[in-house]
Design a protein around this ligand. Structure first.
Ligand SMILES: NC(=O)c1ccc[n+]([C@@H]2O[C@H](COP(=O)([O-])OP(=O)(O)OC[C@H]3O[C@@H](n4cnc5c(N)ncnc54)[C@H](OP(=O)(O)O)[C@@H]3O)[C@@H](O)[C@H]2O)c1
Length: 279
């Protein structure tokens, strides 16, 4: 990975931190996108120390805030002249409906819209760096997902799992649609389910979900194991040229039926474009 620049979102914790560390160990120039400066700096220090690679930068961005994503992209263009690997990893589950500064439902905004905007804003740079790779960290929770175009922001009814599975399905639909739009560009894009992983995930929940997650985490895999497929897709020669797929444990798997619906994927793209007011 020497000579390559890799951007990892949510790189201060869990799967993202392990992914950033692994890429730094391989010699990549790693850029960590984190929303909190203190947590970001602490993780950056650790990653530099453990990898022995000084080329680990920190940039601050809140993926739930579209202005913050635009500012991040503008800054990124000033600082870097290539982007070989983008790992859209940050994500979260929220058992209460939260509204973002843009007036959007938080789960949909930070899991999907922020990464949709980030990727599209950086896409020229990624194309210019081809062969390049984009990895979208989704979840098998998407299997229960459905895109509710009539209530994308869950105004009528909010349920944590419904919002999360919809957002993670959006990650997969975005992956497949982006792949169709990138054909022939030398840029690949794949989605990942990391498994059930013991991280800070869902630590912010207060309902019955929290004790359930806490209990289940005894049986969960480590963040190191959870990051393996992201790292594989970001760096392995075995997946050179492979694109538009959904991976679990380094193997291609079927995603849910709705994820293969090209009409839904195009519609979600158009709606997302309008929502981020881009591009
Ligand atoms: N853990 C699992 O079992 C599991 C299963 C399937 C899929 N996943 C997916 O795996 C990915 C990584 O999650 P994880 O398990 O490693 O959880 P984690 O330890 O909670 O890490 C999530 C990361 O996302 C960052 N983040 C949260 N909100 C953000 C925002 N608005 N802007 C920018 N960054 C933000 C967090 O930053 P802070 O530290 O500042 O909060 C943190 O760095 C997520 O996409 C998740 O949906 C996880």
């Amino acid at each position: 990975m020497k000579e390559k620049t890799a951007l990892v979102t949510g790189a201060n914790s869990g799967i993202g931190k392990v992914t950033a560390l692994a890429l730094a160990r391989m010699g990549a120039h790693v850029v960590m996108l984190c929303r909190n400066r203190d947590r970001g700096e602490a993780a950056q220090k650790e990653i530099i120390q453990e990898s022995g690679n000084e080329k680990v930068d920190l940039m601050i961005c809140d993926l739930s805030d579209m202005d913050s994503v635009h500012a991040f992209a503008n800054d990124f263009f000033l600082r870097y002249n290539r982007l070989d690997v983008l790992v859209n990893n940050a994500g979260g589950y929220f058992d209460r409906r939260i509204v973002t500064v843009d007036g959007y439902e938080y789960t949909f905004a930070m899991n999907h819209l922020g990464h949709f905007l980030l990727t599209n804003r950086l896409l020229d740079l990624i194309r210019h760096s081809a062969p390049a790779r984009i990895i979208n960290v989704s979840s098998n929770a998407h299997q229960a997902g459905h895109i509710r175009f009539n209530d994308l922001m869950a105004v009528k009814r909010y349920m944590g799992w419904r919002a999360y599975s919809q957002a993670k399905l959006a990650n997969v639909l975005f992956t497949y649609e982006l792949d169709r739009r990138l054909k022939g560009s030398g840029v690949t894009v794949n989605a990942v389910h990391p498994g059930f992983v013991n991280t800070n995930f869902a630590n912010n929940t207060y309902s019955f979900v929290r004790p359930m997650v806490r209990f289940a985490q005894f049986f969960a895999r480590s963040a190191e194991k959870g990051a393996e497929t992201s790292i594989y897709l970001a760096s392995s020669p075995e997946v050179e040229g492979i694109s538009g797929k959904y991976f679990i444990d380094k193997k291609e798997r079927r995603s849910n039926r709705e994820s293969y619906d090209q009409e839904i994927a195009r519609r979600l793209w158009d709606v997302s474009e309008d929502l981020v007011n881009t591009i």
